[in-house]
Design a binder for this molecule. Structure first.
Ligand SMILES: [Zn+2]
Ligand SMILES: [Zn+2]
Length: 388
């Protein structure tokens, strides 16, 4: 294929579809190929000379040469790859293909196996193109219209497949399988966006995450976030009970459990499950780490079950887990404990857990043993007693 000169590129740019600033690369290629009346695959193979588009998630990676070719053919700089736009989300770029932040297509036999493409029918109605942030796993809600995103065709329930849309369909806002309009629907699930997801979205650009007393590098926050999602996915028998307790604690509807590993589980989960888990993690982070500590105590989720596979959590999480893990590392004796209560009483301090642990110089997560509980009861302590 000959390389067009500047004049032809200028003419092409005049007629060709223009990419939107937040467009998904595959959405743009789908629109361009439809514009030329050929299928996505034909355009990639014959024009871009890239035949592997059926087996590769091209929104994550595409050879530089192919991207250059696309730019020359269309006259516009093509949309960025997801690994470029959202690079601040992960700490080790080499593993970006496994990155749980981005929904996986798991392409099998030319068709996306999972429901990897989410969309908002109202956004799609405004402009017919797929937004790149619709592939972020932690964003199951449209933050513009406050509705749960769709992850399948509302008519035939098949996955959204912009790569297999027939070139003769009017635009890419139609289902590739039943040819019905993706913008028409019978039901919209109205819901507020999770504040955590908005905070994450806001910190993608500069790579710094600041939320509820947590201030850290975004990729480090995400490392910890994925560790927390583990608490919701465990199929080992003794963990299922615990999961139910978590679900009760956060008033979550009973989620269906599956056997795949937690690391991949979240991104392969349904929009609704992801939404519920995000809400729960959001609640854990409120007033960090107080809510989280009471969550661990109430649900008996021990940090060692959250942190498995020898993965070291980032410091913002590790510092809390370590205190939790080593809750009994200093055991004060009963004389000391009694003296502390007497001191508090004679100085008119309130008998609270905060005051006791502060004056004993032990961590707030300390549990009271039998003898200690007895003393506390004598003095009319009404707080929560958890004998160890
Ligand atoms: Zn929307
Ligand atoms: Zn359909």
């Amino acid at each position: 294929m000959e390389i067009p000169n500047r004049e032809t590129a200028r003419i092409r740019a005049h007629f060709n579809p223009r990419p939107y600033s937040d467009e998904l690369l595959s959405s743009y290629i789908a629109r361009v190929s439809r514009f030329f009346g050929v299928t996505f695959y034909t355009y990639c193979k014959l024009v871009l000379e890239f035949g592997r588009c059926k087996s590769q998630d091209i929104d994550r990676s595409l050879p530089l040469l192919t991207l250059d070719k696309l730019q020359r053919e269309c006259g516009y700089k093509p949309p960025e790859l997801l690994t470029q736009s959202f690079s601040n989300l992960w700490s080790i770029p080499e593993y970006s293909f496994r990155e749980p932040s981005i929904l996986s297509t798991q392409i099998r036999g030319g068709l996306p196996h999972n429901y990897a493409f989410q969309y908002c029918p109202l956004c799609l109605e405004e402009d017919v193109y797929f937004r790149n942030y619709w592939r972020l796993a932690f964003l199951p809600v449209c933050i513009k219209h406050n509705i749960l995103l769709f992850d399948r065709c509302p008519h035939c329930q098949k996955p959204i497949s912009i790569q297999t849309i027939d070139p003769f369909i009017k635009n890419i806002g139609y289902c590739a399988f039943c040819w019905k309009n993706l913008r028409s629907y019978s039901y919209l699930h109205k819901t507020e966006p999770v504040p955590l997801a908005i905070a994450l979205l806001g910190s993608i650009k500069n790579g710094w995450f600041h939320y509820e007393g947590i201030s850290t590098d975004l990729s480090l926050f995400m490392d910890g976030f994925w560790i927390l999602t583990r608490a919701f996915y465990s199929t080992r028998k003794n963990y299922i009970k615990r999961l139910r307790r978590i679900q009760e604690y956060y008033l979550l509807p009973k989620m269906k459990l599956s056997k795949s590993s937690a690391f991949n589980q979240f991104k392969n989960d349904s929009v609704l499950n992801r939404y519920h888990i995000l809400c729960a993690i959001d609640k854990m982070l409120i007033d960090w780490p107080c809510q989280f500590i009471s969550f661990c105590n109430a649900t008996k989720v021990t940090p060692s079950t959250i942190v498995s596979n020898n993965k070291t959590p980032p410091y913002w999480l590790y510092s809390v887990l370590r205190r939790e893990l080593n809750r009994d590392w200093y055991k004060c004796n009963i004389t000391e404990f009694k003296a502390c209560i007497d001191y508090l009483r004679s100085n008119k301090y309130e008998i609270t857990k905060e005051n006791i642990t502060k004056h004993l110089g032990v961590d707030i997560s300390k549990k009271f043993n039998k003898a200690e509980s007895q003393i506390l009861r004598q003095y009319g302590y009404t707080g929560h007693l958890t004998p160890s």
